[in-house]
Write a protein of this length. Structure first.
Length: 155
């Protein structure tokens, strides 16, 4: 990745086409590439989520296939795929620090109440990122036609 590009951090399991299109628009404006970043959450082995994670060995392969499909949805800009594993907020912030982007674009679910209190990746990244951050509320499933295309990979 070239420094000072646009980073677009997404969750392929809850992808919104508008997020990558917004990142691509800014990348074209700045004359830079997009670094498409997805972080696979690896649960703590002591939690109830661990058996489900260990039981899905093809998870990273499936997510990579989804990332590759997403890159073809915006052909007018160079997109570099980065797939990391760990805690999403932490991995995104470390990637941003290493790569010094002009802009970080990410989606948010726009949750409220307890769902918001217990952790929003977007909120954590916004508070600590050392670059401009643009957060876009993600579309609902009914508003998002790309979800159907990505669901084919999930089969």
């Amino acid at each position: 990745m070239k420094k000072n590009g646009v980073i677009c951090a997404i969750d392929v399991n809850d992808f919104d086409q508008n997020v990558i299109e917004l990142a691509a628009t800014y990348a074209r404006h700045f004359g830079v590439d997009v670094d498409l970043l997805h972080v696979t959450l690896i649960p703590d082995p002591s939690t109830a989520a661990w058996p489900a994670y260990v039981g899905s060995p093809n998870l990273l392969i499936r997510e990579n296939q989804m990332l590759q499909k997403i890159t073809t949805s915006v052909p007018e800009v160079e997109i570099h795929v980065h797939q990391l594993s760990g805690m999403p907020s932490q991995e995104i912030l470390e990637f941003v620090e290493r790569n010094e982007p002009r802009l970080l674009v990410l989606g948010t679910h726009g949750r409220t109440g307890l769902a918001r209190v217990f952790g929003s990746v977007a909120a954590g990244v916004m508070r600590h990122a050392k670059c401009p951050v643009m957060v876009l509320r993600q579309l609902t499933d009914q508003e998002n036609p790309v979800k159907e295309d990505l669901a084919e990979i999930d089969q």
